[in-house]
Design a protein around this ligand. Structure first.
Ligand code: ZN
Length: 69
């Protein structure tokens, strides 16, 4: 049975997701929480940005990013 994550749990899972693959149950619970919580949704976006930057660094890409913000 699914239970709702607290924001603290959701943040923790989003962080863990950077280090490991979450289980189906964890992802379902996280998705459920994110669908109802704007602040955690924003946090997830930030995490994805960080993750992408880390991947690019790992791939040895130069930092010729678009200067527009
Ligand atoms: Zn939340």
């Amino acid at each position: 049975m699914l239970f709702l994550y607290t924001c603290k749990q959701a943040h923790q899972k989003l962080s863990e997701n950077l280090d490991r693959e979450l289980s189906l149950t964890e992802r379902a619970q996280l998705k459920l929480h994110l669908s109802m919580c704007a602040s955690c949704s924003n946090f997830k976006t930030q995490m994805q940005t960080i993750r992408m930057a880390m991947k690019q660094m790992a791939a040895g890409k130069s930092s010729d990013q678009d200067p527009q913000q």
